[in-house]
Design a protein around this ligand. Structure first.
Ligand code: M6R
Length: 608
């Protein structure tokens, strides 16, 4: 949430800051702003709303300078408005911030008593006034910056311009990510590697509690105890083209259509396509593990919910799954020496990251499945497995999800083989199915008109119900989440067998019911639940395969069918996720909502 960028340049930075913010807009789009420091003067340009508004404010009143900071906001404290937009500026200081200063009310009260006048409702403005206050007391800019950090409780990535220090940027990190990049006579900062991608590949990540002073030529890093430290510079290559729509109308559609390639790269990074044998980058001792606790948020949580079925049914390993924000405060006693597995596209989601830290404190072996290399979770986990989805910009997660499932399926095979519960022949069969996934996904993507037709049914609905059993249950929940977040139709994903315990009361002509029924051990029961919907006058659309169609026709169930390919235990949830994505996409298009930047949401959730 919120993206920050900074450039210490040898040429004007303002337009480049706005260009950088375009690559960060997925982190928040309530307001945006930039500030520059030039000849001892601070210049600011801010606007409410998306970046186009900032661009037009800048075009009509450009600001100058070779040193500057920028921010795109996801509102926490204070409504989206120009006055609450960052940078927050005093006569001496300009600040951009990602995170929450939790003790801001207390600090604000004390600063107001000292005569500071606040103009915004944000927590961030206390940072500006705290530093200004220390400067007023006669502290040097560096000492004022350092002293202020001790006052702030909560999470922050901060970038600060101080009027009397030309060519210098002060930055700090606690709880929110921050990366420094080194170019030719220029230095950059950003919330992630993607924002810096067109400028440099030479990156250095601040560790938790670090702060730094940057000039165009160098960076000096300090740890949380104020000791000068070296932080390694890594060469990180990210394709900046990922931040273009590449001819598609929306990032989400582009990312849905990238799935055959993304899943192929992910699967083939873990399974040799020739020998069809696993080739995992790290060796997890699954025999030493008696239970796995899997923790994540949102769509990533639904991958854990699918993986639970796989690990328990195939690897015979008990799994508990939990939502990170609940896990953290549940005080769940974890077995000594157990394993905790975390899933995250961004690797920065604060709830999941904090849950991982807690699991480490509880002596768990931590494993992460993550899409962003060098993200906080990637660096913190004992074992990391990377999804090869590439940058995901659309707020609704699509390709990251199917790649997460591909990694989890492979980890499950690894566990089952090592635990001696899967024969070589069975392992090879599963491996072949996973290697064939890209072709199957490609085939599903070609049936766009089927999903467009179902979207017409969903378009006028106020509510929708998604039903599935077994591994289709989490996909029902994922389908419902996709629909909610981009079309604003209220939707619930339910275990099909649970419908009769309550939600069945909702069935009527106005609420479409999406039923997921691949041929598996649950299919016949799911089709009975479909009959229950029809018997009560409901409208149902059933995603099933050839065998499901035959059952439906034999039983003369009057339902719309979308025919899927025949699937297996491991491939069904991955393949059925794809039409759920397209269904929500086309429904959102018909309803005219903002597909890539749905209201109130942000891609990377770095506040609790
Ligand atoms: O980056 P993460 O995978 O940790 O993010 C978790 C959720 O915030 C994310 O999946 C969210 O639910 C998506 N908007 C769903 O499409």
């Amino acid at each position: 949430m919120c993206g920050i960028v900074g450039i210490l340049g040898n040429k004007p930075v303002a337009q480049r800051l706005i260009d950088g913010l375009k690559r960060l807009e997925y982190r928040g789009y309530d307001s945006a702003g930039i500030a520059t420091l030039e000849s001892g003067l601070l210049h600011v340009c801010r606007a409410q709303g998306k970046l186009v508004a900032l661009q037009s404010a800048f075009d009509s009143s450009p600001i100058i300078g070779n040193l500057g900071i920028g921010h795109t906001r996801w509102a926490t404290h204070g409504v989206p408005s120009e006055v609450n937009a960052h940078p927050h500026v005093s006569s001496k200081v300009a600040v951009v911030h990602n995170g929450i200063i939790e003790n801001y009310a207390h600090l604000k009260e004390a600063l107001i008593k000292k005569g500071h006048a606040f103009v915004s409702q944000t927590d961030t403005e206390v940072v500006t006034h705290t530093i200004t206050d220390y400067l007023n007391q006669g502290l040097s800019p560096f000492d004022a910056f350092k002293a202020s950090l001790k006052d702030f409780h909560g999470a922050y990535a901060l970038a600060i311009l101080i009027k009397d220090t030309p060519d210098t940027l002060f930055v700090a990190r606690r709880g929110s990510p921050l990366v420094v990049g080194f170019g030719d006579g220029e230095t950059y900062i950003g919330s992630d590697a993607l924002v810096l991608a067109p400028w440099t590949k030479q990156l250095c990540y601040l560790e938790e509690g670090d702060y730094a002073i940057l000039t165009p030529e160098k960076a000096m890093f300090y740890n949380e105890y104020g000791q000068s430290v070296d932080r390694p510079i890594k060469t990180i290559s990210i394709n900046a083209d990922a931040v273009t729509k590449g001819g598609y109308d929306h990032f989400m559609l582009k990312e849905i259509f990238e799935q055959p390639t993304a899943v192929k790269e992910t699967v083939e990074s873990l399974i040799d396509p020739v020998s069809e044998r696993l080739k995992l980058p790290v060796d997890v001792d699954w025999n030493a593990i008696t239970k796995i606790t899997m923790v994540a948020c949102g769509t990533s949580y639904f991958s854990t919910a699918v993986a639970k079925y796989w690990f328990e049914m195939i690897a015979k390993l008990p799994v508990e799954v939990d939502i990170a924000s609940e896990f953290r405060y549940r005080e769940s006693p974890l077995p000594k020496g157990g394993a905790a597995l975390f899933i995250s596209q961004s690797g920065e989601t604060i709830d999941t990251l904090e849950a991982m830290k807690q699991a480490k404190e509880m002596d768990q072996t931590t494993i992460v499945v993550v899409n962003v290399p060098e993200s906080s979770m990637d660096r913190l986990a004992d074992y990391s497995f990377h999804t090869k989805a590439g940058p995901e910009i659309g707020v609704a997660s699509t390709k990251a999800f199917t790649c997460q499932l591909a990694v989890l399926a492979t980890l499950c095979l690894d566990a089952a083989i090592k635990r001696g519960v899967l024969s070589d022949v069975e392992a090879k069969e599963y491996a072949q199915q996973l290697l064939n996934l890209p072709n199957e996904i490609y085939g599903i993507l070609q049936k766009e008109s089927d999903y467009q037709q179902v979207a017409e049914t969903l378009k006028p609905a106020r509510d929708a119900l998604y039903l599935g059993r077994g591994t289709s249950f989490p996909i029902a929940m994922e389908g419902a989440l996709k629909l909610k977040e981009i079309s604003y139709i209220h939707a619930e994903g339910y275990a099909a067998g649970e419908m009769k315990h309550g939600p069945i009361a909702l069935i009527d002509q106005l609420m479409p019911v999406i039923v997921l029924a691949p041929f598996d051990k649950w299919m016949v029961k799911t089709l009975s639940n479909l009959q229950e919907v029809i018997a009560r006058g409901g409208i149902a659309i059933c995603f099933t395969d050839r065998i499901g169609r035959e059952h439906i026709q034999k039983d003369q169930i009057p339902t719309q069918i979308v025919e899927m390919p025949m699937t297996h235990l491991m491939t069904a949830p991955i393949l059925y996720a794809v039409p759920m994505q397209l269904l929500s996409y086309y429904t959102a298009l018909l309803r005219g909502t903002d597909v890539d930047q749905p209201r109130n949401l942000a891609k990377s959730v770095t506040v609790e």
